[in-house]
Design a protein. Structure first.
Length: 174
C-alpha cells in the first residue's frame, strides 16, 4: 500500500500511455531516498517572488520526506517567509516533482530519529538540540547547525523515464 493515496489522478501523457500508478512513484521514493546520491532539487521563492533552486539531500523517514538547510541560507530565509516549495527528484525510471510546503521540525525526538536515518544513509549527522550537526555537509549548506524541514505535499507530477512510459499528476489531501 502506497502512502499518501491520491484523491485525484490526471493522465498528462500525450502519446496514449496509461496514467502511472502512484504506487510506482512512491515505491521509487522508498527505494531511492535512503540513497544520498539520489538527485534532489528544492525550489523556493523569496518575499519578492524571486525563484531559487538548489540541490539538497532529501531523505524519506517513515511516511515523511525531510531535508536540511543552514539557518542563513537563501532557502531557509525563503521558507521562513513563504513555506511553499517544490522538491524535484531524479528517481530510478521516473522524474518526480512534489509540490507543497516545508515546515521546520523542532521536536527533539523527530530530530534524533531523522539524524539517525541520515547517519545510516552515509551522512554522519547527529541531533544537537532542535537541529543537526555533522563533520561535513554540502559546500552550500553553510556552517552547522542545520535546520531540519519536513515536506508536506499536495500535488505530485511523475514522468516515467523507463517502460512503461507515461506522465501523470496526482493530487492529495494534506
Amino acid at each position: 500500500m502506497a502512502a499518501h493515496e491520491p484523491v485525484q489522478t490526471t493522465n498528462l501523457d500525450g502519446y496514449g500511455n496509461k496514467p502511472l500508478p502512484w504506487s510506482r512513484a512512491w515505491n521509487r521514493v522508498e527505494a531511492d531516498l535512503p540513497k544520498m546520491e539520489t538527485a534532489g532539487f528544492l525550489a523556493t521563492a523569496g518575499p519578492d517572488g524571486r525563484p531559487h533552486s538548489t540541490g539538497i539531500g532529501a531523505l524519506k523517514v517513515g511516511d515523511d520526506i525531510y531535508f536540511t538547510s543552514g539557518p542563513r541560507t537563501r532557502k531557509s530565509r525563503n521558507l521562513a517567509s513563504n513555506p511553499a516549495c517544490t522538491l524535484s527528484l531524479r528517481l530510478e525510471g521516473m522524474d518526480l516533482v512534489l509540490e507543497g510546503e516545508a515546515t521546520r521540525v523542532t521536536d527533539g525526538a523527530t530530530v534524533q530519529r531523522v539524524a539517525r536515518a541520515y547517519s545510516e544513509s552515509g551522512w554522519p549527522a547527529e541531533a544537537e538540540g532542535d537541529a543537526l550537526t555533522a563533520p561535513f555537509s554540502a559546500p552550500s549548506a553553510g556552517p552547522p547547525p542545520w535546520y531540519l524541514y519536513r515536506l508536506a505535499f499536495d500535488v505530485a507530477f511523475g514522468v516515467a523515464t523507463a517502460e512503461p512510459h507515461g506522465a501523470t499528476r496526482w493530487r492529495f489531501e494534506r
